[in-house]
Each structure stands twice: as structure tokens, then as C-alpha cells.
Design a protein around this ligand. Structure first.
Ligand code: AMP
Ligand code: FE
Ligand code: FE
Ligand code: ZN
Length: 285
């Protein structure tokens, strides 16, 4: 079986490649299947599946949903859901509305810091409906305020940074329930980014999410070191959750991350995807 990737972005959120180009790259690197997991939208799926049909790469429906979490956000990957289910669609609309309120507040803070950019400039950096910090970072770079987008995060936009505004969204348990009601399952993405202080705190968090109906933990992620992956794998096993993973490919906005292999340490098998589908309420795909 050829390897798969369960976590990748297109320009419908903050990746640099359009869906068809992402699929062409998947073909080039020898993936058998690819989950398109844009932030808060599934709008890249149709173009990706069409490209996948002609290039013989199976395209898996996915998404990375922004949920509420103190001081930052929790990202929940979802698979196996019906993307037309009413409450699911309403949830995404609410999240996108939250972004529309949040982005201008971030721009207000940047202007107060002496680095004004307009919403039109930010929107011009995005290829879809989901506009967020990476597009603001790109607009700041275009203005010449910073040499690269990374610097915009480090100086102003990072979680807790001087221009940071927390995302308005739903609680993780609400997202988990809505995805389940739409027939799918969720995986907590890159748990390292939740920055729990201790292994015990991570244990309590994963246990709580498992009780709320979580299906898996993203163990293999480029941002997570071997000892962190070992902890998350242990917590997945202890809570009867799928140990998942993926590259979190974004294209040129994260140039060190390769599709399929991430930082060179990611190698996911189709069985992991099947194990996730087995967690879906109706066992559907
Ligand atoms: P948003 O959903 O608008 O809060 O933007 C979150 C996205 O910004 C993440 O998915 C990453 O792609 C990117 N991001 C977050 N923090 C950083 C950082 N410190 N450096 C670079 N990119 C980041
Ligand atoms: Fe992203
Ligand atoms: Fe993420
Ligand atoms: Zn991601």
C-alpha cells in the first residue's frame, strides 16, 4: 500500500497551492490517498476529488476546525462526515462569521502599533473564504514591514502576541458533537500547541475529550518531538483513541514541510484512516 497524508492545506485556507496542484504534488510524491483538511472549509474538496480521479489519488474529505481554547485555539481535524448536514454547515458559517469580526480587530491592534494594513490587502492574500492570521502576515510582508511572514507572527500575531485576538468559535465538545451528528469523527490536531504544563494535564485533557466523543489524537506531526509523540501515543492508547498523524503541509508558507513526509519523520498508512472511519457513528465513509 502506498503512504497517505491525513493533514494538508490548500489556498482555500492558508496553503499556497490550489486543490488540483496539491493533488498533482501528492501524485508526484507517491501518495495513495490524501485528506484535504483546510481550516474551517471543505470548499477545496470538489476540485481536489476531480483532480484525484484523473490522477488516481484517492481524495479523503477532511477539515481542520478551529475550536475555542483559553488563550489560543484548539484545532480539531474531522473525517467521515456529511459536509451537507445542516448543523455542520451552520457551524462553519458561524466560525467564518467569527473570523470576519476578529480580523478587523487584529488590524486595529496592528494600526495602533504603527503597522496599518487594510482588510482589502489582507483579502487579496487569500484564495478562499477563510481569511486569517497567515493572510494578515502576508499583507504585512507585502507592505515591507517584515522580511517574511514568520517575523510577523513572532513580532505581533502569535498566540498572546501584541496584535493577537482569540478566535470566536465553539467549545471543543460542541464541535465533537456536531461532527458526530454529521456522521464523522474528530482528531485533536498537534496537541503540543495546546501547551499544557505537564503530562498529567495532557492526560486529563485527552481523557475529557475522549469522554466527549473524540476519535483520535494527532501523534505524528512535524512540530512534535519524539518524546512528545511518545506521550501522545500513550494517551491515545490509554483512552482507546486512534494514534493519527500527517504532514500539515501548507506549501510555500511553510517551506520546510513536505507533503506526505512532513519533516521527514511522517509515514502514515491507509489503515489509520480506516481506523478513524471505524470510529464514525454509522461506520460510514
Ligand atoms: P488563524 O486560524 O487565523 O488563527 O491562523 C492560524 C494559522 O496561522 C495556523 O494554522 C498556522 O498556519 C499559522 N500560525 C499560527 N501560529 C504561527 C506562528 N507562530 N508562526 C507561523 N505561522 C503560524
Ligand atoms: Fe494553517
Ligand atoms: Fe492546525
Ligand atoms: Zn493544519
Amino acid at each position: 500500500m502506498r503512504p497517505i497524508d491525513l493533514h494538508a492545506h490548500t489556498n482555500r485556507s492558508d496553503g499556497s497551492l490550489r486543490p488540483a496542484a496539491l493533488v498533482a504534488l501528492a501524485k508526484e510524491v507517491g501518495l495513495g490517498a490524501l485528506a484535504v483538511t483546510d481550516h474551517d472549509t471543505t470548499s477545496g474538496f470538489d476540485e481536489a476529488s476531480e483532480a484525484g480521479r484523473s490522477m488516481h489519488v484517492e481524495i479523503l474529505l477532511g477539515i481542520e476546525i478551529t475550536a475555542r481554547y483559553p488563550g489560543r485555539a484548539m484545532h480539531l481535524l474531522a473525517y467521515g462526515f456529511d459536509r451537507r448536514e445542516k448543523a455542520f454547515v451552520a457551524m462553519l458559517e458561524e466560525i467564518v462569521r467569527g473570523r470576519e469580526l476578529r480580523n478587523p480587530r487584529i488590524l486595529d491592534k496592528l494600526a495602533a502599533l504603527g503597522f496599518p494594513v487594510t482588510m482589502a490587502e489582507v483579502r487579496a492574500e487569500s484564495g478562499g473564504d477563510v481569511v486569517g492570521r497567515p493572510h494578515i502576515a502576508a499583507a504585512l510582508k507585502k507592505r515591507g514591514y517584515v522580511p517574511d511572514t514568520k517575523a510577523a507572527f513572532t513580532l505581533w500575531l502569535k498566540d498572546g502576541g501584541p496584535a493577537f485576538v482569540a478566535a470566536e468559535s465553539l467549545e471543543p465538545h460542541e464541535v465533537i458533537a456536531i461532527v458526530r451528528a454529521a456522521g464523522g469523527t474528530t482528531v485533536v490536531a498537534h496537541p503540543k500547541q495546546l501547551r499544557c504544563e505537564t503530562a498529567t494535564a495532557y492526560g486529563a485533557l485527552v481523557q475529557k475529550l475522549a469522554q466527549e466523543g473524540l476519535g483520535g489524537v494527532e501523534v505524528d506531526h512535524p512540530s512534535q518531538k519524539p518524546e512528545e509523540r511518545a506521550l501522545f501515543r500513550r494517551l491515545a492508547v490509554a483512552n482507546d483513541l486512534v494514534a493519527s498523524g500527517g504532514s500539515d503541509f501548507h506549501g510555500s508558507s511553510k517551506p520546510d514541510i513536505r507533503l506526505g513526509t512532513g519533516d521527514g519523520t511522517i509515514a502514515m498508512a491507509y489503515e489509520t484512516y480506516e481506523a478513524l472511519l471505524a470510529r464514525c457513528p454509522a461506520g460510514r465513509g
